[in-house]
Design a protein around this ligand. Structure first.
Ligand SMILES: [Zn+2]
Length: 351
């Protein structure tokens, strides 16, 4: 069965602007929250936490609990659910992807209004209808509700480290290959495509691709595109708009390599390889990854050729029901030839 009807709860409160962290207290006051609980990435720099604390103090709102979250483990989430005060009237996740995955899952289980406040844009997880949590040692994507609110401080995200910027761009270009795979599955197996979800995903990605610059406006476009991609997944009840063969390769790599690299770095490179297998969008993807400095970031710490070929070989088995370009033929030799000969990939792999 391909289809899941979806009753979508989508973010109603969205602020993507500079210095939004300092305005969280204003937003909380407007919504009349009296007992907000914060889940915060362990080790979040004071430069990011201080404006939030000052903003709440200025509005006379006492933060009910302020809890640091380390790691993205299922047990961490369920323990928090048990320990958090039941009179919490809003849950705010502040920081990086792992903390936000935990916060979103806790809010889903508790039924609290949830606000995602990412301080970097390294992937689309902050507004996706799943939480990526470790369950008995294995990473799982567990269903979660979209946040009620999304607050992105553009200045904070602009100052995030290079690697997180490249990761966000990598996860974004992967949407092009994901949509292509979805349409391929429609033509080859009759899997229905939700046209509006595909259109929403594609349109926002192209807005960023038209202006892939690392400045405030580029951050606004990247945040908007990643957020609306999450919404498009919720609309169609599937990760199809965001995840195709490139994500399967990345998931296979996570299992093979001892220390998986950032999700977005893996899927960005995989998206380029897959776009060549699909014979679509390869130049566009290569170009945006060039303009954003992504390729240079990969060359600074190249991937392992043999691990990647193993991942391409094992990728279709990661999710056998998902038809992608990798289902159409054995692609390992083609990818090996790309790694060895494609000028775009020069220096991105070592043996
Ligand atoms: Zn992704």
């Amino acid at each position: 069965m391909y289809w899941r009807a979806s009753q979508v709860g989508i973010p109603s409160f969205v602020r993507i602007k500079p210095q939004a962290l300092g305005r969280l207290g204003i937003y909380a006051q407007r919504e009349a929250y009296r007992k907000p609980v914060f889940l915060v990435s362990a080790g979040l720099p004071e430069t990011l936490s201080q404006p939030v604390l000052e903003g709440f103090e200025a509005k006379g709102i006492k933060i009910h609990r302020w809890i640091e979250v380390d790691g993205a483990d299922f047990d961490v989430a369920t323990n928090l659910l048990a320990e958090l005060p039941s009179d919490c009237d809003a849950l705010l996740g502040l920081g990086g992807g792992k903390c936000l995955d935990v916060a979103k899952y806790v809010a889903t289980l508790a039924g609290w209004p949830y606000y995602a406040v990412p301080t970097s844009l390294s992937n689309d997880g902050f507004c996706a209808p799943q939480s990526s949590l470790t369950l008995r040692g294995r990473r799982r994507s567990l269903p979660a509700q979209l946040p009620f609110g999304v607050v992105v401080d553009m200045e904070a995200c602009l100052q995030a480290p290079d690697l997180l910027w490249w990761s966000g761009v990598g996860d974004l270009v992967a949407k092009l290959t994901a949509i292509r795979d979805w349409k391929l599955a429609y033509h080859q197996c009759g899997e229905p495509v939700d046209d509006l979800a595909a259109l929403l995903s594609n349109a926002t990605v192209h807005q960023f691709l038209a202006r892939p610059t690392r400045d405030l406006e580029g951050i606004r476009l990247l945040a908007t595109a990643l957020m609306l991609n999450g919404v498009s997944m919720a609309m169609c009840g599937s990760s199809r708009p965001a995840s195709g063969a490139e994500h399967l390769i990345s998931h296979a790599l996570d299992k093979i390599v001892q220390h998986p690299r950032s999700h977005g770095l893996q899927v960005g490179v995989a998206a380029y390889l897959v776009s060549r297998l699909q014979s679509d969008n390869a130049e566009l993807i290569a170009d945006v990854l060039d303009k954003t400095g992504f390729w240079q970031g990969i060359r600074n710490d190249p991937f392992s050729r043999h691990e990647w070929l193993q991942a391409v070989r094992e990728a279709p088995a990661v999710k056998p029901e998902r038809f992608t370009v990798l289902s159409t033929r054995d692609c390992v030799d083609e990818v090996a030839a790309m790694i060895d000969q494609d000028k775009v990939l020069r220096g991105c792999f070592v043996d």
